[in-house]
Design a protein around this ligand. Structure first.
Ligand SMILES: Cc1cc2nc3c(=O)[nH]c(=O)nc-3n(C[C@H](O)[C@H](O)[C@H](O)COP(=O)(O)OP(=O)(O)OC[C@H]3O[C@@H](n4cnc5c(N)ncnc54)[C@H](O)[C@@H]3O)c2cc1C
Length: 417
């Protein structure tokens, strides 16, 4: 009999059962067990792995949080959960995350763009810290243990496992992550909870067959991406890949438009301003270069901020005759060059998963959860934390921050109960 089987046979009742051995589950279980050694706490995990997303996150470095310490500013990064997270972030935000890890011997560092990583640049450091916190405080772990049903039996919950066994608990925390399919929520909708339909977020845009793909590898630091049919405008670095558009500006657009884009089958217009400047400003710079009789090589390019390959592409797209002197190019042609640079029209047909980070938009309806305690409004002593909730953010450490924050609130509610 394996150690896990032995554990299951020996104990079928716990004070607290946490479903899911991910970031939220470990953080929650560890906090409870550290503060309430009198409670028996178990994490149930359906797979044979723990903290698997933490380990692969941030390209193996784990982008733990973001150096954004003002809750009102922080919530702007959450297309889902913006309003509801304001209170929770006020009580436990990025500075608390930094202190929490620091108190347990893990120093975090901040990068120029605000993303925070462990100083070791190794996600294993974060996984080790979470495991140590939980296991040194007596949390038990049951692997290959999938919960398929949850029932309320008097003052307890009865959890039915995939193999038919039953476990019982006074408190149940659902930290089961983002389910990509609505059917996977069946065991939670069966007890009366509702979900907002899950759809993917944080993906890149496919632009099949377009000549822009010749520019694979070209990136600009300050682009504006507009999805005109969906009223979505985002800004940031943008990268041309061999299948389409990626980089922060594209990912933010995918996050902001996750649901609408799913509805239109990821087929939509995409307008790119490659330099994040008004068309008039670019026209003025081009006309000034014309007046000064500048050459095609020098010109105002550095000022406009177009990389060489992109510049050559734009000249070609707008029909500029490269054998003409700049001074001889008609103003109309320069205007159309400025339009190309600031309002370049593309058509997205499909999406590609962003391997560095992807999340589910959708999940347990936040109206059914008390955001002070993360307790179900239908079932006392049932809690939700992490990506199972209808909360998700853009890239940058915000998704983990939501997991730490909601798990911390859950833990506090159980600790003080
Ligand atoms: C490749 C990748 C990289 C990422 N990088 C970052 C990053 O750097 N920074 C950032 O902020 N975010 C990142 N994210 C997002 C972040 O990883 C998630 O938002 C976060 O892990 C959610 O944590 P969670 O504990 O809620 O869910 P999860 O980490 O998904 O954990 C849920 C666990 O529950 C288990 N489970 C599910 N159902 C059951 C059941 N019925 N019974 C028992 N167990 C069950 C699952 O097997 C899983 O282990 C990344 C995501 C991916 C995919």
């Amino acid at each position: 009999m394996s150690k896990i089987d032995a554990l299951k046979k020996n104990q079928s009742t716990y004070d607290v059962v946490v479903i899911g051995a991910g970031a939220a589950g470990f953080f929650c279980a560890g906090n409870i067990a550290e503060n309430r050694p009198d409670l028996s706490v178990a994490i149930l995990e359906k797979s044979n792995k723990i903290l698997s997303k933490v380990l692969v996150s941030g390209g193996g470095r784990c982008n733990v949080t973001h150096a954004c310490f003002e809750p009102k500013e922080l919530v702007q990064f959450y297309p889902r959960g913006k309003r509801e997270l304001l209170g929770p972030f006020t009580r436990f935000g990025p500075s608390d995350t930094i202190s929490w890890f620091e108190d347990r011997g893990v120093a975090l560092k901040v990068e120029d763009d605000g993303r925070m990583f462990p100083e070791t640049d190794n996600s294993q450091t974060i996984a080790n810290c979470l495991q140590h916190t939980a296991f040194s405080s007596g949390v038990q772990l049951l692997l290959n243990t999938e919960v398929v049903a949850l029932d309320r039996k008097n003052d307890r919950f009865e959890l039915t496992l995939r193999d038919g066994e039953k476990l019982h608990a006074r408190f149940v925390v659902v930290a089961a992550g983002g389910y990509p399919k609505a059917t996977q929520f069946a065991w939670l909708t069966a007890i009366g909870h509702h979900i907002t339909e899950p759809v993917p977020s944080l993906f890149t845009f496919n632009i099949p067959g377009h000549r822009i793909l010749e520019l694979m590898g070209v990136s600009v630091p300050h682009a504006t991406v507009t999805l005109p049919e969906h009223d979505i405008i985002t800004q940031g670095p943008l990268l041309v890949t061999h299948w389409g558009l990626s980089g922060p500006a594209a990912l933010k657009a995918s996050s902001a438009g996750a649901r609408k884009l799913s509805q239109c089958g990821y087929h939509c217009k995409v307008q790119v301003n490659w330099v994040n400047m008004a068309s008039n400003t670019v026209v003025e710079k081009l006309l000034k270069a014309k007046r000064n009789n500048e050459s095609w090589q020098s010109g105002p390019w550095q000022d406009i901020g177009l990389p060489k390959r992109l510049r050559e592409f734009m000249l070609q797209e707008s029909g500029v005759d490269r054998y003409q002197r700049w001074a001889d190019v008609p103003d109309k042609v320069l205007e159309s060059l400025a339009t190309c640079i600031t309002e370049y029209e593309l058509e997205a047909k499909g999406k590609t998963t962003f391997k560095e980070e992807f999340v589910t938009c959708g999940g347990i309806d936040l109206k059914e959860v008390n955001m002070k305690t993360m307790e179900s409004r239908f079932h006392p002593h049932l809690y939700f934390c992490g990506e199972i909730l209808d909360i998700d953010a853009v890239t940058g450490g915000f998704n983990f921050q939501a997991a730490w924050t909601t798990a911390w609130h859950t833990a506090q509610a159980i600790i003080s109960n």
